[in-house]
Design a protein around this ligand. Structure first.
Ligand SMILES: Nc1nc2c(c(=O)[nH]1)N[C@H]1C(S)=C(S)[C@@H](COP(=O)(O)OP(=O)(O)OC[C@H]3O[C@@H](n4cnc5c(N)ncnc54)[C@H](O)[C@@H]3O)O[C@H]1N2
Ligand code: MOO
Length: 447
């Protein structure tokens, strides 16, 4: 196909998709479509625990043991035998009681030897973590008794089970300790380790590629000519996407030429689970993304989402890859990652939904904000205390713009203005979408 042919392929609002091309998609519907373009990856790798942080569990894992594995002392002190009845409720007597101490149990130690004369001890010394020997049913902390000449004197009456952690009280043997689709973090590593698992089944890394479109783009470190800018979207997206569960490929900056965009997209098709681009997504004469994508053999699912910033988003599939075409404006590209790329990566890795695209409810605006009904608007913001009614307040970081990186850098998430809302007054409700790079990122798991 020649560049002239490519320029005749669908452009502007004329996407190859099954909806009214003149209408913008609602953000929740657009995220659902983005997810639906992604087929969960198969396959399993087994990795040692040391390499498992950030990977996605490919199967559920159970504990072969009860956790804890045996009854053990929760305090340093003395274990009392079940026949050393001290309770005033049982004996009618009241303390203090004096008991001989005739053995010792330490964590990991063999425990007290049986008495040669067959007598049954009343009390043994026991240290935190030591198995409670058979026949003992209470532990008294050493602070709660006095010890002299191999005897202890108790003033208080420890109830049955005092300071004993029971076998299986955390989880019985066979309990599922890791769900398929969980993004593994330090807590899961601890669970796997205590259950004796040295390795864990995880999904293969997701293959993700990033390209930027634009004649004006110059890599950081190289001199700028007139009208040129340093490419910030590609390093930003690569930084957002970097992690143990992805293998990233930098496809570089592609000039604003239809054939160059087509060739770059065709060369990437099918080699990755997800391909992201920024720029060239709008309706200008040099915005080649849509026609080039079609010319490369891609199927456009949808184009145009009712969000601000970042309206000209293209979703599609090409050669087995899901494709996300984001606008060039840096805040729009960042938001597109938060809304669409994170949802697509979750679906590819078999995870359940994370934060809804309209954010968590319950927050309010700290200031008046102009808003025209139509698009869901995302404003860089940060939490700023509670209002008199106890509701969390969001402070907007500077004037709204699709291109200003400074407010974004000062924010910890997006305040979300409902598409149907008019101008916002202080105290009006806003959604809250924390940045994925500040939280644990991909969330949720399926059983
Ligand atoms: N007539 C219309 N014009 C525009 C519309 C529209 O509906 N009608 N939509 C506007 C909206 S909304 C957006 S968003 C932009 C997005 O357009 P593109 O995706 O084609 O992006 P570009 O034009 O290529 O770039 C926009 C802006 O961002 C800068 N940029 C691009 N790439 C990078 C990068 N990798 N790193 C840093 N900055 C980048 C670029 O220089 C431009 O300033 O279109 C509106 N126009
Ligand atoms: O919706 Mo586009 O990202 O402003 O300016």
């Amino acid at each position: 196909m020649t560049p002239a042919d490519i320029s005749r392929a669908p452009s502007g609002n004329g996407c190859v998709c099954d909806r009214d091309p003149g209408r913008l998609l609602d953000v929740t519907a657009a995220v659902a479509r983005a997810e639906a373009l992604c087929v969960p990856v198969g396959g399993v790798e087994t990795v040692p625990l040391a390499d498992a942080v950030g990977r996605i569990a490919a199967a559920r894992v159970t504990t072969p043991y009860p956790m804890p594995g045996f009854d053990h002392a929760a305090m340093d002190g003395y274990a009392l035998s079940s026949h050393a009845v001290t309770s005033s409720a049982v004996t009618g007597a009241s303390g203090p009681w004096v008991l001989p101490v005739t053995g010792v149990a330490t964590a990991g130690g063999p425990g007290p030897a049986p008495a040669a004369d067959g007598t049954r001890p009343h009390a043994i010394r026991i240290l935190t973590g030591a198995a409670v020997p058979a026949g003992f049913d209470r532990v008294v902390a050493q602070e709660d008794c006095t010890s002299t000449d191999g005897r202890i004197m108790l003033r208080r009456d420890p109830p049955i089970g005092a300071h004993i952690r029971r076998a299986g009280e955390d989880a019985p043997a066979g309990t599922v300790i890791l769900l398929t689709g969980t993004r593994i973090d330090a807590r899961h590593i601890a669970l796997l380790a205590i259950a004796g698992h040295a390795a864990v089944p995880v999904l293969p890394r997701l293959r993700v590629a990033v390209m930027t479109l634009g004649d004006e783009l110059v890599p950081p470190g190289q001199p700028l000519g007139p009208g040129r800018i340093h490419d910030s979207n590609r390093p930003m997206l690569l930084a957002l996407l970097a992690g143990p569960s992805t293998t990233l490929t930098d496809l570089g900056a592609i000039p604003d030429q239809a054939a160059a965009a087509r060739d770059a997209i065709a060369a990437a098709a099918g080699r990755f689970d997800l391909i992201l681009s920024t720029g060239g997504a709008s309706v200008g004469d040099r915005d080649h993304l849509k026609p080039a994508f079609v010319a490369a053999g891609g199927r456009i699912d949808s184009w145009g989402v009712a969000i601000k910033p970042g309206k000209p988003v293209m979703l599609g599939r090409i050669g087995g890859s899901a494709f996300l075409g984001l606008p060039g404006n840096p805040v729009a590209a960042f938001l597109g990652h938060e809304l669409f790329a994170t949802a697509m990566l979750r679906r590819l890795s078999g995870q359940t939904a994370g934060v809804p695209p309209t954010g968590h409810a319950g927050h309010v605006s700290g200031s008046a904000l102009p808003h025209r009904p139509g698009r869901t608007e995302y404003l860089p913001a940060r939490p700023d205390g509670l209002d008199p009614a106890g509701r969390p307040v969001l402070r907007i970081m500077g004037q709204s713009s699709a291109a200003r990186l400074m407010p974004l850098a000062g924010a910890t998430g997006f305040a979300v203005v409902d598409a149907a809302a008019g101008d916002i007054q202080p105290g009006d409700p806003l959604g809250w979408l924390p940045f994925s790079c500040l939280s644990s990122g991909l969330q949720g798991a399926r059983p």
